[in-house]
Design a protein around this ligand. Structure first.
Ligand code: PEP
Length: 246
């Protein structure tokens, strides 16, 4: 299966840096994986122009569950699709923490994304406290079954496993731990209505992935790509991750 490398720029960048990063990546030779850039919403149109006719795809960092209406400050999946997005991240742990997003809300957002023709990248991951209590498997199972849309299939949805304690901290899970969690995610996915093709589900790992550790992580059983935060803001480091895909 072709791996997917997604760059989550979070609330970083300016028009000038976004243009330089997207154009720099677009000028690189073709990658053997799929690559998606997820800039802050005000930079989406600028990045889609900089991507041009390259193979890079555009993604957003969040969407609203409704198609339109009185939701000041929110963005619909329909509009994201219209301006050129192919993907949208939903349920990132920073949104679950900062905005109290529940599994049910994440599921509603992912459902809206699918309806609009976007591929949702649905994030799940345990906190450090949950991990220390030995709850990783149960937390992940609850998040996967509670956050994925009923219409999710391996072809239309991506899952990202991001242990909260590994995001932006420089700590990464061991490849053995990552393999176990990705195996469990696939097993839970199999039990969902559209789970029959679980073998083809793309499950990304996220949490302090960088050029120096990407090769080992991306070669781990059950890992089908990476969701990259900090390192996606550095053209050459992000490119090293892209080049590390098997
Ligand atoms: C993320 O934001 O999804 C992420 C994994 O961040 P970082 O790579 O910086 O840990």
């Amino acid at each position: 299966m072709k791996q997917l490398i997604a760059g989550n720029w979070k609330m970083n960048g300016s028009p000038a840096s976004a243009k330089a990063l997207a154009a720099g990546l677009a000028a690189k030779p073709g990658a053997k994986c799929d690559v998606v850039l997820c800039p802050p919403a005000p930079l989406l149109s600028l990045v889609v122009a900089a991507i041009g006719s390259s193979a890079l795809a555009l993604g957003a960092q969040d969407c609203h569950a409704n198609e339109k209406g009185a939701h000041t400050g929110d963005i619909s999946a329909v509009l994201l699709k219209e301006i050129g997005c192919a993907y949208v991240i939903v349920g990132h742990s920073e949104r679950r923490a900062d905005h109290g997003e529940t599994d049910a809300e994440v599921k509603a957002k992912a459902t809206a994304a699918l309806k609009a023709g976007l591929t949702p990248i649905v994030c799940v991951g345990e906190t450090e406290a949950q991990r220390e209590r030995g709850e990783t498997a149960s937390v992940i199972a609850r998040q996967v079954s509670g956050s994925l849309p009923d219409a999710a299939t391996a072809a239309n949805t991506v899952v990202a496993y991001e242990p909260v304690w590994a995001i932006g901290t420089g700590k990464t899970a061991t490849t053995a731990d990552i393999a176990v969690v990705h195996f469990n995610i696939r097993e839970v996915f199999k039990t969902l209505p559209g789970g029959s093709g679980a073998g083809a589900l793309r499950i990304l790992y996220g949490g302090s992935v960088k050029g120096s550790n990407a090769q080992a992580i991306l070669a781990t059983a059950g890992v089908n790509g990476a969701l990259v935060g900090g390192a996606s803001l550095d053209l050459e480091d992000f490119w090293r991750i892209i080049e590390a895909t098997p």
